[in-house]
Ligand binder design. Sequence first.
Ligand SMILES: [Zn+2]
Length: 371
Amino acid sequence: MKSVPQTQNLDSKNDSKDRNSLFSEISNLYSEYYKYAIKRKWLEIPTDLPHREIGFGITKKVDNRNICFENNIDYLKWVLKNSPLHLYKSLSYMEHPENMGGANQKKLFRREIAFDIDTHKTEKCKHEENWLCEHCLEEAKNQTLILIDEYLIPFFGFSKNDLKIVFSGNRGYHIYIDPKNEQIKEEIEHWGKNERRYFIEFILGKNLSLNHMGSAWKTILTNQFKKNKFPIKSFKNSNNWDKELNKSTREKSKPLLLDIINKTKNRLELDEKVMDDDIRLLRTVGSLHGFTGFMVKEIKYDTLSNGFFEPLSDAVFSEFSKTYYDIRINTAIDEVTIKNEQYTKESKEVPASLLLFLYGHGVNFEILKKH
Ligand SMILES: [Zn+2]
């Protein structure tokens, strides 16, 4: 009877040894990346660093926050030393970023404005909820372009140069409003919670009332009606769409039109907290995303809209395609394509980029040999 627990002990010791050596390999890769990224100035140093809160995750998404740095050198040294799997900065500027607690303890005085588009899997996706593929990444890109082209540019007067677009490293994008006009920048970065809520609620059509249609949402929705080949003249001429929709001639089209309205309001998967929450942290540009090992990467609007950005290739750190490992994957996994190579449970010889992806997704695997 005694031999059973002993064997188990031995196994679990070996398991934890394996896990430790795997973790140390992963840490080395993150550290290799940060050395490179800092040298190349890829890593964002948040503006007015002493007033920003820094957070990080190594064992989970966020291990610690309320960290702050007096100067850039200390910050960069700290990043190099810890090479975290997840790295964040506060959107807010604060008198006391190091204080625990909420906005009152930290004394906010300014805040960056950013949207976070975080898509779920699409109908075309064949994978589990936490995995990704080119289809959900395409959806994330499309939603980003809708937000910019159909809301931010036409209705708020921003130009594409006033926006900073960042691939989140997973299934999403962060869209920062960074107006070139200093006066406008000053103004929006001093918005309070109510103004920020108003901004995002407008985009999500939350205050839309069909019997009092405003001109912006009239335009947004008639464009959709037109795309679906419905006549739009009477909708353009009326502010009371309730009345329009309930006309006896619309008995058939009414449910279809209501469906278009509903879908249009819900087509953007925006994380409202990123706009709303006073003390929200957002991934640092130029860091790696711990779930995928992909770079949190700034993308020019034209590159995105021309379809020249392919996250599964372009967000992979090039050095991670050069180191190879022999591995054994012990559980079923969905397929994943990185740099045009498809990987499955049967894959035996894989690059560092796949190692990071598997580790980040909690896949049970072992390294047999590093090449
Ligand atoms: Zn997918």
